[in-house]
Write a protein that binds this ligand. Structure first.
Ligand SMILES: [Zn+2]
Length: 325
C-alpha cells in the first residue's frame, strides 16, 4: 500500500539497521522509530522531509516491543511532536524506567547464571557488557496501554496481537485490510529471534519462560491473516506464516540436539551445554546462547524428558528416568 513507508534507521548495535514504518493516513503514525542517537533522528527527519512531512507532524507512535534499538528515540519524538505513544501493558514498566529495569535484571541474573554453572568471571563480564548501551534509550511515557485484541485506527485498522517471547509486551500489529502484519522482532526474515530470558513483568525474582512462551506466540500467527510480514529488521517477509512455521521447526531441531547432548552422560549444566552447542560464542552473545539453551531445557522439562538436580547451589540437567526405560 502506498501509504506505508519503510525507513531503514542506523543503530550502534551488532544487529545492524532497524526498520521504522510510517503510515501516512489519517495524520502520521510511526512504528518503532529506532534508538536514541543523533543519526537515527537525522535519518528519520530526512525520510519525513522526502514525504513533505516533519517530526512535528507525528500524531502517534506505536512500539512493537521494549528493546532500545526500536524504542530509544520515542521520548524525544513525543516531546517534539506531542504524539500519543502506544505500547503493550506488559512493556510499560521497562519503557518508563529502562535503567531501573536493567539494574533489577542484573541483580536477579548474577546468582541465576552462577546457578546455571557459569564461572564467576564470565558472569561478571556478561552482566557488565550491556552497560555502555543503556545510553541509547530515554524513558518513555506511554499514553495508551494496549492489550491483546485492541484495534487502533490509524486510517487503517490495526489489530494488536500480543506475542510475548522475544520480549514481554511484544505486539504484532495486523493490518488485515492490507494483508500485512508489523511483526517487530517476533518474526524476522533472515535471523531467528532470540527468546531472551528476562524478568517476568512486575517481578524482581522470577524469570520468564521465554522459549515456550515464544513458540506459543508463533503458533498464534499460523491461522491469522497478514500474508506479508513487516519485521523490525531486514526486507519484508513475503510468506509470513511459512516463516513462522520454519522458525518453529528450527527450534524443534535445536531441542532434539540439546536432548542428545545430555543423553548418555552425567548430569550437566546449562553453561556446559551452551559451550558445546556454540563453541565459538563471544562473550557478547553468551547471554543469548544461555537463554536459548535454558529455554530448550524448559521445554524438555515440560515434556518430562529431563530432570534437574541441585548440588552446591548449581543446577544440573539429566535425562529423566521415564526416558531411560
Ligand atoms: Zn528485539
Amino acid at each position: 500500500m502506498d501509504a506505508i513507508e519503510r525507513v531503514s534507521i542506523s543503530t550502534p548495535f551488532g544487529v545492524g539497521p532497524v526498520n521504522c514504518y510510517l503510515i501516512l493516513k489519517n495524520g502520521l503514525t510511526v512504528i518503532d522509530p529506532g534508538p536514541a542517537t543523533t543519526e537515527a533522528h537525522e535519518e528519520l527527519d530526512r525520510a519525513l522531509a522526502g514525504l513533505d512531512r516533519s517530526i512535528d507532524d507525528i500524531d502517534r507512535i506505536l512500539i512493537t516491543h521494549p528493546h532500545m534499538d526500536h524504542f530509544g528515540l520515542v521520548d524525544q519524538l513525543a516531546e517534539e511532536s506531542g504524539a500519543s505513544v502506544f505500547a503493550h501493558e506488559d512493556a510499560v514498566e521497562r519503557l518508563s524506567d529502562p535503567i531501573g529495569h536493567f539494574e533489577a535484571e542484573r541483580a536477579y541474573f548474577r546468582p541465576f547464571l552462577l546457578s546455571m554453572g557459569m564461572p564467576t568471571d564470565t558472569v561478571e563480564t556478561v552482566l557488565e557488557l550491556p552497560e555502555p548501551y543503556t545510553d541509547y534509550q530515554d524513558p518513555v511515557t506511554v499514553t495508551h496501554e494496549i492489550a491483546d485484541g485492541d484495534v487502533i485506527d490509524v486510517g487503517i485498522d490495526l489489530e494488536c496481537i500480543s506475542t510475548p517471547g522475544h520480549s514481554p509486551g511484544s505486539i504484532c500489529y495486523l493490518a488485515a485490510s492490507e494483508d500485512i502484519m508489523f511483526t517487530g522482532d517476533h518474526v524476522l526474515p533472515d535471523i531467528t529471534p532470540n527468546p531472551l530470558l528476562t524478568l517476568v513483568p512486575g517481578s524482581d525474582d522470577e524469570r520468564t519462560r521465554s522459549l515456550p512462551t515464544y513458540l506459543e506466540s508463533l503458533r498464534k500467527l499460523l491461522d491469522r491473516e497478514g500474508a506479508v510480514g513487516y519485521g523490525g529488521h531486514g526486507e519484508p517477509i513475503l510468506a509470513l506464516q511459512d516463516r513462522a512455521r520454519e522458525t518453529i521447526a528450527h527450534h524443534q531441531d535445536r531441542k532434539e540436539r540439546i536432548f542428545e547432548l545430555v543423553a548418555d552422560r552425567e548430569p550437566t549444566t546449562a553453561y556446559r551445554i551452551t559451550r558445546e552447542m556454540f563453541p565459538n560464542l563471544p562473550a557478547t552473545e553468551m547471554f543469548s546462547g544461555m537463554s536459548e539453551v535454558i529455554g530448550h531445557f524448559d521445554l524438555l522439562e515440560d515434556e518430562n524428558r529431563v530432570v534437574i538436580s541441585e548440588r552446591d547451589g548449581v543446577k544440573r540437567y539429566e535425562v529423566g528416568t521415564q526416558e531411560r526405560e
